[in-house]
Write a protein that binds this ligand. Sequence first.
Ligand code: DC
Length: 221
Amino acid sequence: MKKIVVAIDGPAGAGKSTIAKLVGEKLGYAYIDTGAMYRSVTWKFLGTGEAFDEAFIGALSNKMIIEFKPEAKVNRVFVDGTEVTDAIRTPEVTANVSRVAAIGAVREAMVDQQRRMGEIGGIIMDGRDIGTVVFPNAELKIFLTASVEERASRRFKEIIAKGQECDLEQLKQEIAARDKADSEREISPLKQAEDAILLDSSDMTIDEVVQTILKMVEERL
Ligand code: DC
């Protein structure tokens, strides 16, 4: 059967990773979380203890080997053989990742790897620039979004469910700040591709979003 490339872009916390993983499993496609790649570079950089320097971080990103090992619940992530699945989700990494993802050399290195992963099709990739830059010819492009309130409230529930404390207002502010940084950066900003389908998941369940996307894939096969 024909295998296509599915690109899912959208702002932080819209549920891209959850949705893309489920759709990938249903289709038997490889799922690539490109946010995890930018987070991996950020983790590696923070671990060096060096001051922020674009050339240094760019060189670092070129030398790293990032690998994904999909499992039932999570997509495990490895950097140079070390597991970083949880380490790339800390508040420290989250607070620094937009800055790292704005570096041209870092984006070049990541886009290069992403294109190689998608060469043979049968892939679902989520990020900010997949439909606009990485795979401008993807057969299906979706721009998945939800209101800031809804995205903050989903994240709030996830954190509380883990038994951790957090502040909803602060979460809202952090999400809005990351939207702004990702949308206003010079290189490959977060932006809906002209031929992408806008999907607002604010009032949809995860299953509804997954089913909607599966139907779109079917129409393209
Ligand atoms: O999806 P996420 O929150 O894990 O992404 C982390 C950061 O990486 C996000 O702030 C923007 C950046 N990113 C990017 O610039 N381009 C991508 N394709 C994916 C993520």
